[in-house]
Ligand binder design. Sequence first.
Ligand SMILES: Nc1ncnc2c1ncn2[C@@H]1O[C@H](COP(=O)(O)OP(=O)(O)O)[C@@H](O)[C@H]1O
Ligand SMILES: [Mg+2]
Length: 318
Amino acid sequence: MSAMADLLPRVPGPKLGPFTPTGEAKIKFISYLGSPYSENAYVWKVKINGKRYALKMFRFKTFQYLDQCHHSDRRPPLANRNMYAKYYDPFNCECRAYGRLKEEGREDLAVRAYGYLILSFDQQAEVAGKMGVRHSSLISASWGAHEEHRGLPVRAIVKELVTDDFGEDYPFAITEAQAPQVCSDLKGFHALGIRVGDIRESNYVRGKLVDLGRAWTMYHPGVMSCSSIRLSILRKAEARSLVKLFQRRNFAVPRALQACSVGDMKDMEVTSWDWRKDDGAVAHVDKQLYKTWSLGLFSAFLGMEALFTIIFMLFIWN
Ligand SMILES: Nc1ncnc2c1ncn2[C@@H]1O[C@H](COP(=O)(O)OP(=O)(O)O)[C@@H](O)[C@H]1O
Ligand SMILES: [Mg+2]
């Protein structure tokens, strides 16, 4: 019998629980919903215990990719590879963002997620087969697995199946009537300390955001190393992406977004951006996440202390 599944990811801060107590389930794969070009995940319409869901199954990401997500040239490096995975891997990004929505009772801001599942090897093989992978030696590669992912299971998130009736060009993504709600949802994300990171039409289904695979959810190293001005710029950029999206569709742009497109963020800007709320996560980030960085600071502090001691001794000497 399998052990009870943990909440994920295993770092302080928001997390997502398993869909079943063990994190495993019998899944009937019905049809593919996602884009054929997706690099992050395969989204399928599935049936679990007789009910229909959308199952987002995440492909593996290399350390090199996660390192780029961290913009390591501008941010202090993280303590180890595991930390990059915990904060930048799309599965963990979604778990943390959905966990945060649940924490604050704002699950209405996105398409509902009910929990994660771990796919058995047979399930991985079945999906790969349905996606046209004929040879068993290619199964693991079809999930993007490299040497560094050896032995790791494929992870998936069970979501509400909003629709399986897609036409061309995402006509069901957002309608004009939904535009004001979409705008206030984005503001809601920002107010909870979530930077969505991927505002585009294909990430909306019937006016709700569905893809949180690039979200930075407080307490997050990407955010911690940004100044408050830079954070405000990042929020503005997300609002502008919405403006562009609405303009392309010839929708009336909501007033708050319109103002933002000419640089006035008053209506879109939020004040409840309290990154230091979760003390456990703060301690973790400060003590473990930037190991080298905090050691560097510590030695700089020791250096300063030594300098002051020498000056003090010289002063006494005279
Ligand atoms: N819950 C859902 N209900 C219906 N369709 C969905 C759902 N989630 C995703 N999709 C479809 O799958 C596509 C890809 O999903 P997304 O989460 O954006 O993954 P990715 O971009 O990483 O492939 C969406 O554009 C949408 O067409
Ligand atoms: Mg997407």
